[in-house]
Design a protein around this ligand. Structure first.
Ligand code: FVH
Length: 294
């Protein structure tokens, strides 16, 4: 009997923490046959209730599907789980959505390919509750043919972005976005700490803060244009102007009893840029200062 061409590819999901469970559930909702394995077997229960087939061992999960999706805590565990079943990987596609560094992604790609598997590393840009929703997306990097073969399947999780054939690029893009987010979050925490030190409730300040951040969001595109053109000159806010104002910002934090440890390195960076002769440039120059040339 020939296979039904409309049938959706079977997927095995290994690792059913908060994220792995959300991924397995999204594949089920999109109509894929899903096999699930987790170190702590009890976590397969809710997914079995949704129609997934629990696999008693990683070997059973590997045998069940050509497409294997792993979502464990760290990449050492991916190795621990896959190494004993390496002989079963030939002809399969391993999609590793576990958080890790670009070098780890490249090493796992090499290892998987040595065992006859195609490998994609992934970076999930979503929290579990966002999976399959309009704002979720995942970076994939590594084997382009594997990405193209399963792109439609990946769309069950949200957007699917191919970052390149270098398997490390998904992690690199993932961390670049996280760095942007953490930097902004640090600013938000300092802003709340400052207004609360003056007795202003965080809730009262949330709206002006949100509106301000939204109004400034265009600076991402402006900075990118400056970096790509190499023209950092600005008529908006020069490094010299920021150098003059930052001691006041830090002084205000100190007066209010708040640590300035996030902004002190930024002040040092701006001072270095101005001392190096870049006072007329805009803040985009700092991305160059962060990348010392040898
Ligand atoms: N949760 C999130 O918001 C973020 C969003 C972006 C992507 N991250 C990454 O996703 C990976 C998994 O995160 P998680 O939220 O699912 O984490 P947990 O709920 O803690 O589940 C961890 C799973 O890993 C299994 N596990 C841990 N150690 C081992 C091991 N030695 N051998 C086999 N499996 C292991 C654990 O199994 P168990 O404790 O239930 O037996 C869970 O299945 C992570 O890389 C995030 O950075 C999530």
């Amino acid at each position: 009997m020939s296979a039904d061409p409309a049938a959706k590819p079977a997927v095995s999901v290994l690792g059913l923490g908060m994220m792995g469970s959300a991924l397995a559930s999204a594949f089920l909702k999109a109509g894929h046959p899903v096999t699930v394995w987790n170190r702590t077997a009890a976590k397969t229960g809710p997914l079995a209730a949704q129609g997934a087939i629990p696999a008693p061992t990683p070997a059973d999960a590997v045998a069940a599907s050509e497409l294997l999706v792993l979502c464990l805590m760290v990449n050492d565990q991916v190795r621990e789980v896959l190494e004993p079943v390496a002989d079963g990987l030939a002809g399969r596609t391993v999609v590793n959505l576990t958080n890790g560094t670009p070098a780890q992604g490249r090493a796992l790609a090499e290892w998987a390919e040595e065992h006859g598997a195609r490998y994609l590393d992934g970076g999930i840009m979503a929290v579990p509750q966002m999976i399959a929703g309009p704002d979720a997306f995942v970076y994939y990097s590594g084997d382009r043919d594997a990405f193209e073969k399963y792109e439609e399947t990946f769309r069950a999780l949200g957007g699917a972005r191919f970052a390149g054939t270098d398997a490390g690029l998904a992690a690199l893009n993932d961390f670049a976005l996280l760095i942007g987010m953490y930097g902004q979050s640090m600013g938000i925490w300092h802003a709340f700490a400052l207004v609360r030190s003056a007795g202003i409730p965080a809730k009262e300040f949330a709206e002006p803060l949100r509106l301000w951040l939204e109004a400034m969001a265009h600076s991402v595109t402006d900075f990118a244009e400056a970096l790509d053109s190499g023209d950092h000159l600005t008529d908006v806010s020069s490094l010299a102007v920021n150098e003059a104002a930052l001691p006041n910002l830090l002084g205000t934090l100190t007066e209010q009893g708040i640590t300035g440890e996030f902004f002190a390195p930024m002040e040092a960076l701006i001072r270095r840029a101005v001392a190096d002769g870049h006072g007329a440039d805009g803040l985009s120059r700092l991305a160059e200062i962060l990348t010392p040339r040898t």
